[in-house]
Design a protein around this ligand. Structure first.
Ligand code: NAP
Length: 520
């Protein structure tokens, strides 16, 4: 069994005390252990702030971007090993593992290009110059790297992408990182961290890593530290209430639960290209990473007269999905990542079934193909159907973090569809399939404010659209309300969280020289 260590103060350290045990979710066999017991979290943060911060801030965007490119290339050299760790510790199929690992390297690459574009600058200009007198007295609004530590706490489902999408943006912005993956699936993030540390790509103090619990880390945050948290709404609520974030105003960005929707609108009737696109995307979203994707569809809306056809089309596809040990030939979908996810997933299906009817799947145990008898955290792809969208309130409140979604009928109007989407209280992404422009316009006005991202699939772009579950480095990721109210990525926009905006008033000529920005 591998022992995962933490990297703090530029050294690998072994925690003390009882370790958490990581398992293979297909076999339940222990594969690794980790503990952060005894690690001085305050000292770790101070080292990042005092050593890593100055080193990164002395560099230009182009130099920091170049390091991200080197990290991507180095990680890519180990791709096969990383995909295998993902199978063993995350229960990922090869496709799911690629989604996570290649998503990480792809995001590093994308932010390398953002750095190239920003070039040899060290501050970001925010808007136009503001004239404050008739002559030379002006104000520049600029964004500068925060002189603190970018703390990242990630969820269990994307140990590779979740870790490195945050690393890419923070390092490019000029902040040192302290990254903590969810313990249960931390082997992959640990190995990737080990690769980039051993390669000596980043300056001293720029990267720290915790394998195991966060301990009292968040009791030591300072005014310019930041916390980017991805995980459950309940943990987010707990963290938001801590003194550093309330009394100390330390910035926190939350990506939490989300009840994403897919909506079939007019001119996406059964048999049309948009219909097939919707069915394909819905099934992919439900089964990719065994539905453990923050962007996976949980609510499927269609006009009441299409419900039977849609229910049949989706359940037929789900019926073909082979569930089992992801290294076994023919297996399409692996297990969920942990025993508690299996317990929560089954309990969630049962809770939703109180207000819906079961179309296919369900909470009964299932033997995974290729898995040892009675072992593994396998769950059936499950489709539920509500008779009335608005009275099935649990469907709009309870996220089953697994391969489960619910069909919800609406009356065909854009207004009703947007209203049902909004019942989710804020989502990361919704997709809409229609070729009726007027209807789409009305729907977007009502539904877009309830989402971080909306995919509008119309006939002419049907062949070009990417699945809604795919988070892209150049588009915003985050969502209002229940989804946490956060924003990550979005190209240059992602740097906002890690930079401080300041208005600097003074002599136009002097300021433009010092700050390296145009005086007009
Ligand atoms: P979780 O239980 O909230 O854990 C998330 C992270 O928080 C883990 O790293 C965990 O560490 C850490 N943590 C827990 N308690 C903490 C505390 N008191 N202080 C500091 N850190 C603490 O969530 P999860 O089960 O990993 O993830 C599932 C949820 O994440 C789902 O509900 C899903 O919707 C959401 N999610 C959202 C997004 C998004 O982008 N919006 C993406 C993925 C997942 P340990 O593992 O060491 O306990």
């Amino acid at each position: 069994m591998i022992r995962l260590q933490s990297f703090v103060n530029d050294a690998w350290v072994d925690g003390t005390g009882e370790p958490a045990v990581l398992v293979n979710p297909s076999t339940e066999a222990p594969v690794a252990e980790a503990t952060t017991g005894g690690i001085d979290m305050a000292a770790a943060l101070a080292h990042s702030r005092d050593v890593g911060g100055p080193a990164l801030r002395a560099m230009t965007f182009a130099e920091r971007g170049a390091m991200l490119g080197t990290m991507a290339a180095k990680l890519h050299e180990y791709r096969e090993e990383l995909l295998d760790i993902s199978r063993v510790n995350n229960g990922a199929t090869r496709g799911d593992a690629k989604f996570d690992v290649d998503g990480a390297t792809g995001t590093l690459e994308a932010y390398k290009r953002v750095g190239e574009k920003l070039g040899d600058k060290q501050v970001l200009v925010d808007g136009d110059i503001t004239r404050l007198s008739r002559a030379r007295f002006v104000a520049h609004h600029v964004r500068m790297p925060r002189p603190g530590v970018a703390i990242h706490i990630n969820a269990f489902n994307f140990p590779a992408w979740g870790t490195f999408e945050k690393v890419a943006v923070s390092i490019l912005a000029g902040m040192p990182v302290l990254s903590k993956p969810a313990t249960a699936t931390s082997w992959l993030a640990w190995r990737m961290s080990q690769i980039i540390i051993e390669a000596g790509i980043l300056p001293a103090g720029a990267y720290s890593f915790l394998a195991g619990s966060a301990g009292d880390l968040l009791s030591h945050v300072g005014p310019h530290d930041t916390l980017a948290f991805t995980g459950s709404a309940s943990t987010a609520g707990l963290l938001r209430g801590m003194d550093g974030f309330t009394k100390g105003s330390t910035a926190i960005n939350v990506e939490a639960d989300s009840l994403n929707a897919a909506v079939l609108g007019p001119k996406a009737e059964p048999g049309s290209d948009l219909w097939y696109l919707a069915v394909r995307n819905i099934v992919k979203d439900m089964t990719q990473k065994t539905g453990q994707k923050c962007t996976a569809v949980r609510r499927i809306l269609a006009p009441v007269e299409w419900m039977d056809d849609l229910s049949e089309a989706i359940s037929e596809e789900l019926g073909r999905v082979v569930v089992g040990e992801p290294g076994t030939n023919g297996v399409d979908m692996g297990p969920v990542a942990t025993a508690s996810q299996l317990r929560d997933g089954r309990a969630g299906i049962e809770a939703l079934a109180e207000q819906t009817s079961l179309v296919c799947g369900g909470s009964d145990p299932i033997q995974g193909t290729g898995a040892p008898e009675g072992k593994g955290y396998f769950i059936r792809p499950t489709l539920l159907r509500a008779a009335d969208a608005r009275s099935a309130d649990k469907v709009h409140r309870h996220e089953v973090f697994g391969p489960c979604a619910t069909l919800l009928p609406y009356d065909g109007s854009a207004d009703d569809a947007a209203g049902v989407v909004a019942l989710g209280g804020g989502s990361l992404v919704s997709s809409v399939y229609t070729d009726d422009r007027k209807w789409l316009g009305e729907f977007l006005m009502g539904a877009a404010p309830w989402n971080g991202r909306v995919l509008a699939a119309t006939a002419k772009v049907a062949d070009e659209t990417l699945p809604p579950g795919m988070v892209l480095p150049n588009c915003l990721h985050g969502g209002p309300g229940r989804a946490g109210g956060g924003e990550e990525l979005g190209g240059l926009r992602g740097l906002e969280f890690y930079t401080h905006r300041v208005a600097i008033q003074g002599d136009r000529g002097i300021l433009s020289k010092i700050l390296g920005i145009p005086s007009e």
